[in-house]
Structures are given as structure tokens and as C-alpha cells.
Ligand binder design. Structure first.
Ligand code: UD1
Ligand code: CA
Length: 476
């Protein structure tokens, strides 16, 4: 007996006015359907079948890129004829789990959580129900299916458009998330009709069909009213973003993270931040980013899928898919492109770009420098304006710099090239040969001094001016 899930994600979402399927609209940078899949996986469900429909190939591409923890497959619903019709497409998936239970949930309601999924399952199993609907009481039930309760559990779900004036007053609504005993669901799926206000096959009709057969239907009211919230248009999507944003910030506040203000602060739901770290204004932390404790993530940082150690100071830094170790100090106006590894105590200053490189402990790259495809040792000093010349228009090559090396200002290191331990390059040199340990490489024309050159130029200039003036006078 297994507990599997079906995620409904076939709808176009016309009111959202997007080219993609609606469920790919993002809340805090993660597709709504991704939130739903995460909740299923957090709840320990092993197999998930996603119903795709409108622009199915875009949803497929998303599912392929996602790091799925569960066994996630998808089935096509060629025409979108309603939520009941959507589940019918997963018949084969349901048949594999006839003895178990199946969770059906909407891909456009991102705030469903593992505690609700498992709480509802417990009640579903212990109550011996054929179906258990997850509900919540909300202030504005407009648009949602209303829950009609009976003495023993649930009597019906009535869609907003099909409600009587009295039913419109009910504030307990259907979240679109249900546990079914799989065999019971299979039995009634084929019996659903489309004789309603929308002409659709409503999944919610399963409840009355099951009850007519004498099976038990129940409702589980979630403690988290946000589980019902979905987005059918851009306004609702923005609202979901606002709710999620402050929810995430609240969680970090509880963990001892300091926010000076929350203006423009957007933190992804999976980001982890250590205690005592201070987050400035306009900071975006994305993806699987992990930040240690005692850091200063100052104004304007964007950090995506990075691991940041303890005591790190970032100021106007953009960092992607990179690692920054303890006590590094970086910024302002620095970009760390993917696969950069900045080790302990490194200092990186203004207008520096690092890409696919390791920068060793306590190395300093203070200003106006490009470090690309390089392996830099410890305690290296970069002068201003150093460039690792990694690309010849066709291929990329690596630069290696040993410990304690000193790279003079405006050095070009033409890769592939190695600068040894303790070696020096003279300012302005273009280095095309390897530099042995402790050597100095200098590549520079000899400075020539032309005495009184400036005075000769000045005299020439004055003579020209006098001539011009004399000509003007002659004209008068
Ligand atoms: C549904 C419920 C309603 C509940 C609400 C909660 C029904 C009949 N109504 O209404 O009681 O309060 O969710 O949000 O189920 N989908 C498909 N194929 C289809 C139609 C829809 O895959 O043919 C998918 C959509 O992509 C969406 C989900 O099913 O992710 C829900 O569909 P939607 O049309 O948004 O249902 P609601 O009208 O919101
Ligand atoms: Ca909806």
C-alpha cells in the first residue's frame, strides 16, 4: 500500500495572460507547481504524476530540470475539460496503487504544506473515509468551492458559480487538495458528468457520487488558511508573492537573523541563513543559497545558489553558483560568476569579476580586475587592473598563480600561463611565458626621457596663435 499524488497542472490560466502554463508562474522565484511538488516530497510521498495540458512541453522541460526527490512522471490531458477530466487521464497511474491512497492537488495553490498533507492523511485513514477534502476558513471565500458539512463529515462541495445565495455565505472552502482511497476514486471517476454552470467535469462531484454509494466523505480543516490560496491572475500572484515574502522573512527573524528594513528584500523559500547575520535593503537571496552566521549581506546584493561561510561581508555583490568561505570581504560592485571558490579571509574590492576560479586564502584582489578560469594560491596580491586573458576567440585556457605571488598593476596574464610561488610580475607587463618560483617577469619598453619636450610644444603653440591673430588684424 502506497500513498501517491496527482498534481493538476493542465490549465492555461487565461486570466494570468502568460505564454506559459499558469502553474509555471513564480512565487519568490519558484514555479507554483514546484512549491506543490516540494510539499509532496516533504510529506514523504514517493510517486507523483503531474497532469500537463496547455503548453505541455514547457512543463516537461521544467520537470526535467528540477531536482526531483520523488519519482515524478507526467500525463497529457490533450483538452482541458475540468479537474475531474484531468484526473481521468491518470488512470494507469491510479491502477498501479489500487490498495493505497492518492492525494490529488492543484498545481496553482503553492502554500500547501507537508503537515497539512500528513494531518489529513491520518484523519482519512483513521476515519475510514473514501475521500478527505482539505479545507480552510478564509475571510474572502469568493471564487472557491464551498464546503457543505454534514453531521458525520462532508455532504458536498458547491462551486462558487453554482452556489445559492445562502451557500455563498459559507466561509469554509475547498483547497483543491484531497486524499482519496484509490480504488474508490477509480470507481467513481467515470461517472462524473459535465452538467454544471461551466460545462466541465468537476472532480468535486466525486464526493456526492461516493456518498451515494454509502462511502464516507470527510473534511480536514487545515490550521494554515494559506493552503487554499491560489492565483488565477497577476494580482493574485503578486498577493501570493507578498504573503510568501513576509512569511519567509518572519521565519528568519525567529531564527535570529537581523533585518534593518525589509524594503526590496526577497528571499527564496529554501534559503538558509545563520543566526546573527544582518541583511540590508534590496537584497535578493535565491535558490538553494546557504549563508552562515555573523555575516553582513549589505544593500543591493543578489546571491543565487551560493554557499557563504561565517563572518562574510558582502556589499553590492552579485554571486551565482559559487562558494565563499569564512571571513571573506567582498565588494562593492563585484560579480562572482558560476564556479568561483573564494577561500577564507580573501579581500575582493570594487569592480572585480571572478569566474570559474579558485582564489586562495587571504589573497587580495582590490580593484578593477578580471580573474577567469584561474587557480590562484594563498596570500597573492593583485595590483589594480589585472586581467587573466583566458580566451583567444576560440578556446578558453587556465591561469595558475602560486602562493605569495605579487601581480603588478595592469598585468595581462595570457593563458595558459603559470606564475610560480613568490614570483612577481612588473606593472604593465603582458606575460606569455611561465614565471618560475620567486622570479620577476617584466615585459616593458625602456622609458626614454626627452628633456624640455613640453617647452618646445608650448613655444610652437604660441607661435601659431600669434600668426592667427596677425592674419585677423590684416583682414580688418
Ligand atoms: C478548484 C475547485 C474548487 C476549489 C479551488 C481551489 C473544482 C471543480 N473546483 O477550482 O472547489 O475551491 O480549486 O483552488 O475542482 N486543471 C487541469 N485540467 C483542467 C482544469 C484544471 O489540469 O481541465 C488544473 C489547473 O491547471 C489548476 C487546477 O487544475 O492547477 C485547478 O483548476 P482551476 O480551473 O484553477 O480550478 P478552480 O476553478 O480554481
Ligand atoms: Ca484555481
Amino acid at each position: 500500500m502506497a500513498n501517491n499524488a496527482i498534481v493538476l497542472a493542465g490549465g492555461q490560466g487565461k486570466r494570468m495572460k502568460t505564454e506559459a502554463p499558469k502553474v509555471l508562474c513564480e512565487v519568490l522565484g519558484e514555479a507554483m507547481v514546484g512549491w506543490v511538488l516540494d510539499a509532496c516530497e516533504d510529506a514523504g510521498l514517493e510517486k507523483v504524476c503531474v497532469i500537463k495540458g496547455y503548453k505541455a512541453e514547457m512543463l516537461e522541460e521544467y520537470l526535467e530540470k528540477r531536482e526531483n526527490k520523488a519519482d515524478v512522471t507526467s500525463v497529457l490531458q490533450a483538452e482541458q475539460l475540468g479537474t475531474g477530466h484531468a484526473v481521468m487521464q491518470a488512470k494507469a497511474f491510479l491502477s498501479e496503487n489500487k490498495d493505497g491512497n492518492t492525494l490529488v492537488l492543484n498545481g496553482d495553490a503553492p502554500f500547501i504544506d507537508a503537515a497539512t498533507i500528513n494531518g489529513a492523511l491520518e484523519q482519512h485513514i483513521s476515519g475510514g473515509s473514501a475521500v478527505t477534502v482539505v479545507t480552510a476558513h478564509i475571510a474572502d471565500p469568493k471564487g472557491y468551492g464551498r464546503i457543505i458539512r454534514s453531521e458525520s463529515g462532508l455532504e458536498a462541495i458547491v462551486e462558487h458559480k453554482d452556489c445559492t445565495p445562502e451557500q455563498l455565505g459559507i466561509d469554509e472552502v475547498n483547497s483543491g487538495c484531497y486524499w482519496f482511497r484509490t480504488a474508490d476514486l477509480i470507481e467513481v471517476l467515470g461517472e462524473i458528468k459535465n452538467n454544471n454552470a461551466q460545462g466541465e467535469y468537476y472532480l468535486t462531484d466525486c464526493i456526492e457520487l461516493l456518498m451515494a454509494k454509502g462511502r464516507k466523505a470527510d473534511a480536514y480543516a487545515s490550521e494554515n488558511p494559506d493552503v487554499v490560496l491560489g492565483a488565477n491572475d497577476r494580482r493574485a500572484l503578486l498577493e501570493l508573492n507578498n504573503i510568501a515574502r513576509f512569511d519567509v522573512i518572519g521565519r528568519h527573524l525567529d531564527n535570529g537573523v537581523e533585518f534593518v528594513c525589509t524594503d526590496g528584500v526577497i528571499i527564496g523559500k529554501d534559503v538558509k541563513i545563520g543566526c546573527g547575520t544582518v541583511i540590508g535593503a534590496n537584497v535578493e537571496l535565491r535558490g538553494k543559497t546557504v549563508i552562515g552566521s555573523g555575516c553582513h549581506i549589505r544593500t543591493g546584493c543578489i546571491i543565487e545558489n551560493c554557499t557563504i561561510g561565517n563572518g562574510v561581508d558582502l556589499n553590492y555583490v552579485q554571486a551565482y553558483e559559487s562558494v565563499v568561505e569564512d571571513n571573506a570581504k567582498i565588494g562593492p560592485f563585484v560579480q562572482l560568476r558560476p564556479d568561483s571558490h573564494i577561500m577564507r579571509g580573501v579581500k575582493i574590492g570594487d569592480f572585480v569579476e571572478v569566474k570559474n576560479s579558485t582564489v586562495g586564502e587571504y589573497t587580495a584582489v582590490a580593484h578593477l580586475t578580471y580573474v577567469g578560469d584561474s587557480d590562484v594560491g594563498a596570500n597573492v596580491n593583485f595590483g589594480c587592473g589585472v586581467v587573466t586573458v583566458n580566451y583567444n576567440g576560440e578556446k578558453k585556457f587556465r591561469t595558475t598563480i602560486g602562493d605569495n605571488a605579487f601581480i603588478g598593476c595592469n598585468t595581462n596574464l595570457v593563458a595558459p600561463v603559470k606564475v610560480g610561488n613568490g614570483a612577481y610580475t612588473a606593472a604593465g607587463s603582458t606575460i606569455t611565458k611561465d614565471v618560475p618560483d620567486n622570479a620577476l617577469a617584466i615585459e616593458r619598453g625602456t622609458t626614454q626621457i626627452k628633456e624640455n619636450y613640453g617647452l618646445r610644444r608650448l613655444r610652437h603653440h604660441c607661435e601659431k596663435l600669434e600668426k592667427a591673430r596677425a592674419q585677423e588684424k590684416n583682414k580688418d
